[in-house]
Design a protein around this ligand. Sequence first.
Ligand SMILES: [Zn+2]
Length: 324
Amino acid sequence: MSLNNHYYYDEEKCEFVPVQHSRFDLTIYTACLWILNGVVLAGIGITLLSNYIGTPAELALKAENETLIEQMKTTRESINVLESRMESISEMDNEMYRSVLGMDPIAPEERMAGIGGTDPYSEFDVYSEETSDILRWTSSKLDNLERRMGIQQVSFNEIKGYYNENREFMRHLPAIKPTTGILLSGFGMRVHPVLKYRRMHEGVDFRADIGTPIYATGDATVKIAGRRGSYGLMIVLDHGKNYETRYAHLSGFADGIRPGTEVNRGDLIGYSGDTGMTQGPHLHYEVRLNGKPVDPLNYLIADTSPEEYLMYQDIARNNPMSMD
Ligand SMILES: [Zn+2]
């Protein structure tokens, strides 16, 4: 198409004569052509962008969506950490607090009790599968944690009530670590380091160099402070209510420690050593109830966090040998 191609019919001459445009017409015409081209090109461009790439608003939404999904994934990791902490607290609550205090443990199914009934998360089904999965998972885990924390709170309140009603007995109960060293070996069947065969290890072993202070784990009366066969130099404390603690392989006793001495929880009673039948210096510690040895790891109520309790259990389970 060109301006030169336009003609008009001249009736006087009886022929087609080319239209003569003024310079102004030509300028207007060219400008219109450019504007038209621009509009068409912009239209094509916007259509392509919308269909294949997205409008700026859509792009912003997409970026926001991706950030949200990433954030939800990070939240998922935090929820997993919280869940495993809740697990440690429940375990410690049952095995340490409730069992030692003679209270019934809370059954796992009671701790994990679900909501039941209709699907509470069906509202998420309107979203894409990925989004719906993430939302369902997060909501159900959070609901579950909330319920378990509620049950735990009730349990701790019961324990607090028990403690307040039995303050006198609670002072006597073995409830702290007898020394500062780490746990070396747990309670149960273990290979004896000297005899080299498996036999019952009736206590736990703590790392303690010769001369490390040893403390009474609850208020008690000294029953024995002397040498007893393979135990070497040992102290036996009578806590009342048929509880007894034993501290073996000592190198010496603290001043004034002899049968009949009254001690309080945390009092210095002696020093660790390697007397008796032992592989090296350490403290062998026993808790006995009604004359029978019980796992001393459950009697660390006053100074052990749930994480420490799980760590001790790991060490106790994974070390097949005792120091004896
Ligand atoms: Zn031992």
